[in-house]
Design a protein around this ligand. Structure first.
Ligand SMILES: [Zn+2]
Length: 687
């Protein structure tokens, strides 16, 4: 094969050219003439027994270049390098998209020799970014504190990572860099396990940016003809500092190429889930049916049975200890079985959802004793999960999910994961090595969800992990939505949505309105829908936050006050008739800074969803506690020469405004504190 002297990955708004001869170097990585990679950028890197090999390594030979078109608008370029001293090949893949300045890159390392080789590091992206003044934003994450922003000047080496074994426990796999306040770059590791993004200061004042699998506690031993595939890294470059521009590219490519589809998921159904009001101790078939009856009348479209349905019937047992025993139904609570509940829900014209923590094994689970081959262990101690890097574990998980979906006629599976696998399984009888059990688990989990979607294309898959502790672009390709967090009190919920929207489209996210917590204690989860002190504006504020993405309720429906139920019906109607179209198709503009759960900084939050033709948009404005009474909210996609009709959804208010006025923003001076409005903005012809 003849290797071209210049390899062009992209030549649209993004200029990405690699020189292969006579010398190898990164010739150009530019958007709008702003360069992001110095010539000596490694592009990728691996370590073999501690020796680093990247694209600049003198002993690396470029063997072949391949361009393919996996789908319209998508170009995949594969560079195959050979490293003769160790008889390895490294395939470096770059996916580019027409009309976008977003790329994905990843590597596959293969051993062609007879000597086993130990791979100790896999970086799917390595760039030497120029000397400049950099600001960086990333998020820390923990239970009830997901998407907590950390922003500051880049000064010295920085390492972002998780070692918990799930992607957003500790930190979220995403960051954005601003260069001299004039241009920006965002990086996200599309991986659900241990990842790392590093910025290492260079002698020239620039940084080496590297991203991929976390090398901590990792190694793969490759025997003859064995290979290892590294996580994908998605990255976006921009010649201006707009975070909205970067976020919109993740969302656009996600919607077009990454997120899976299912007919029910595509309708953006309004959900009821039993958990927060009833948990396990107060749910039973009578209570569930009573809620289904009301949900149907209120216009909801799916009812989900959360934890509490499986395991022993003895009331002294706790569900957490029996995860894995999905063959046991708690017959004390559900004497007619789960299928009867599903059938009842279907008879009321709604879909049926079921919670399952398919990877987990509780400490008393019979499944672990009956199937010892599926158990993930480290230093022989059980880790509390099923190793999907083993054939036995994978098949058990597939058969279990397949049976639950079929036998219980489930339309929706809420997949939870309530543990930290840490470095993962080190068994050597699972088909993976002692150092890459977690890597193989996640490759196995992705394959499992793909296989379930292939076998049950109608089923909706929801990604949850102790709330939002496994949110990433890897699982976003395998599930229809990510659940943002267990708590959902208003300011927390607004902060999460803003943060999550910097990497995922709103239709890839689910979080309910302010839930009624029947049992669990949380200082902020104090919402009582039966309180006589509750006002309409409070209720609207709580509920409209939930309507910014996929929408639902976790409240006791039969006990709602009549006026509250009526108001919810109004909101559900507005969501179905108007709002969800914007959530599904609209381009989201974050019109204020990130709201903060700690009560500081900006006390207004505004989000605008603009449809492609820009003739219609939806503006959601929230006045948080402590906000000043007046605020001008920026409004985008307005043409000064047109007239606009503004319709306050659910509030019986319509107003006409000149585009020439609206381009200067919308003056909000009559929102209650707290309060919320959702305004449909439509262009009308000039009179
Ligand atoms: Zn294993």
């Amino acid at each position: 094969m003849t290797i071209p002297a210049q390899i062009v990955f992209a030549a649209d708004q993004l200029q990405f050219v690699y020189q292969s001869a006579p010398a190898r170097f990164l010739q150009k990585l530019e958007v709008g003439e702003v360069g992001w990679g110095m010539a000596d950028s490694g592009l990728f890197a691996i370590e073999v027994d501690g020796e680093r090999i990247d694209a600049m390594h003198p002993d690396l030979l470029l063997q072949s270049v391949n361009h393919t078109t996996p789908a319209a608008g998508q170009t995949q370029t594969q560079l195959t390098f050979a490293y003769a001293p160790l008889q390895l090949t490294i395939d470096f893949f770059v996916m580019t998209y027409s009309g976008a300045t977003l790329c994905e890159s990843w590597i596959v390392v293969k051993n062609h020799g007879n000597t086993p080789q130990t791979i100790t590091r896999l970086d799917s992206l390595v760039l030497h970014i120029p000397s400049a003044s950099y600001d960086m934003l990333h998020y820390t994450g923990g239970w009830g504190s997901e998407f907590e922003p950390v922003r500051g000047r880049l000064n010295g080496d920085v390492r972002l990572e998780t070692r918990a074994g799930r992607s957003s426990q500790g930190m979220h796999p995403w960051c954005t860099l601003w260069r001299d306040g004039r241009s920006a770059m965002s990086v996200s590791v599309a991986w659900s396990g241990n990842w790392a993004i590093r910025l290492d200061e260079q002698n020239d004042g620039g940084f080496e940016l590297s991203a991929g699998l976390n090398e901590w506690a990792y190694f793969s031993v490759l025997d003859t003809n064995q290979s290892v595939t590294a996580p994908k890294v998605a990255w976006v470059l921009n010649d201006n500092p707009s975070l909205n521009d970067l976020a919109q590219q993740y969302a656009m490519i996600g919607r077009k190429y990454w997120y899976p589809h299912a007919p029910l998921a595509d309708t953006m159904p309004v959900e009821w889930n039993h958990w927060w009001t009833y948990e396990d101790r107060a749910i039973n078939e009578e209570v569930f049916r009573a809620n289904v009856d009301v949900a149907a009348k209120m216009g909801m479209e799916v009812c989900a049975l959360d934890a509490g349905w499986f395991g022993p019937s003895d009331p002294g047992t706790h569900w957490y200890d029996y995860r894995g025993d999905w063959h046991n139904v708690n017959t004390r609570r559900f004497p007619s079985g789960i299928r009867a509940l599903a059938d009842y829900t279907h008879e009321q014209g709604m879909a049926f959802g079921l919670w399952c923590e398919i990877e987990a094994l509780g400490r008393h689970a019979e499944a672990a004793k009956q199937h010892p081959a599926i158990v993930a262990t480290r230093h022989t101690a059980p880790l509390g999960y099923v190793c999907l890097g083993s054939d036995a574990g994978w098949q058990w998980a597939y058969d279990t999910l397949d049976r639950l979906i079929t036998d219980y006629a489930a339309d929706w599976i809420k997949l939870d994961f309530n543990l930290d696998p840490g470095a993962g399984c080190d068994r050597t009888d699972h088909g993976h090595g002692a150092g890459d059990g977690l890597l193989c688990h996640y490759h196995g989990y992705y394959r499992l969800l793909q296989a379930i979607r292939d076998a049950h294309p109608h089923v909706v898959l929801e990604n949850c992990s102790s709330g939002g502790l496994r949110i990433d672009l890897g699982l976003a390709r395998q599930t229809h939505m990510a659940f943002l967090s267990d708590p959902d009190w208003p300011e927390h919920s607004l902060q999460l949505f803003w943060g999550a929207a910097t990497m995922l489209a709103p239709d890839a996210l689910l979080h309910w309105g302010f839930c009624e917590w029947g049992f669990a204690d949380h200082p902020q989860q104090t919402f009582d829908p039966q309180s006589t002190a509750l006002t309409v504006s409070q209720l609207d504020y709580y509920t409209r936050i939930g309507m910014l993405r996929r929408f639902g309720f976790s409240q006791g429906l039969p006990t709602l006050l009549p006026w509250v139920a009526d108001r919810y019906v109004q909101h559900i109607t507005d969501y179905k008739n108007t709002i969800r179209r914007f959530v599904k198709y609209g381009v989201l503009h974050l019109q204020t800074n990130q709201p903060r759960r700690d009560g500081t900084l900006d006390r207004y939050a505004a989000f605008q969803y603009v449809l492609a033709d820009s003739a219609e948009s939806l503006l959601a404005v929230f006045r948080l506690p402590g906000a000043k009474p007046r605020r001008v909210i920026p409004v985008t996609a307005i043409q000064p020469e047109l007239q606009y009709q503004l319709t306050w959804l659910g509030d019986n208010r319509v107003q006409t405004m000149a585009g020439a006025d609206l381009v200067n923003g919308l003056n909000c001076d009559d929102l209650p504190e707290p309060g919320a409005v959702m305004i449909l903005i439509r262009a009308i012809r000039p009179a």
